[in-house]
Design a protein around this ligand. Structure first.
Ligand code: ZN
Length: 147
């Protein structure tokens, strides 16, 4: 018997065991660090932004399966995307994690793909910080590079 929760667990474990875009990028790519001391998660996001598009993104760090899998999913979905889309996806994800309210301005056609597997995390409020760590670090990086 397989159900949705089993499927979600599989997707999360797959990203945890075989992280996408794991590694570093040399300068001029930016490096932004984030940490979730409550859990011991640490993440570094490397960003190569040009012409308003995320040309390349990598992450490194260590921590629980949720934080690492979420960062892996994040890099997979934002790579190659225009910054406006990246911000929209980040916002949509935070709404999914219930830490940002739906103000009605978020396009509803945003596809979250694998990231939807994290919605079960909402049941465990202490893990929400793990799930959004990579995203918050990414947004911080974008804010410091946006020109
Ligand atoms: Zn964690």
């Amino acid at each position: 018997m397989s159900n949705l929760e089993d499927l979600y667990r599989e997707v999360i474990l797959d990203h945890y065991r075989s992280p996408r875009n794991k590694g570093e990028l040399p300068p001029p790519a930016t490096c932004t660090e984030g940490a979730n001391p409550l859990c011991g998660d640490e993440i570094k996001i490397f960003l190569d932004v040009a012409d308003g598009t995320v040309r390349d993104v990598r992450f490194s760090g260590h921590g629980c399966s949720i934080s690492q899998a979420s960062a892996s999913m994040m890099t997979a979905i934002v790579k190659g995307k225009p910054l406006a889309d990246v911000r929209a996806v980040a916002k949509r994800f935070k709404q999914l994690m219930t830490i940002e309210e739906d103000d009605g301005n978020t396009p509803t056609d945003i596809r979250l793909g694998d990231i939807e597997a994290l919605q079960g995390v909402v049941k465990y409020p202490v893990r929400i910080k793990c799930a959004v760590l990579g995203w918050n670090t990414l947004l911080e990086g974008l804010n410091s590079t946006s020109s």
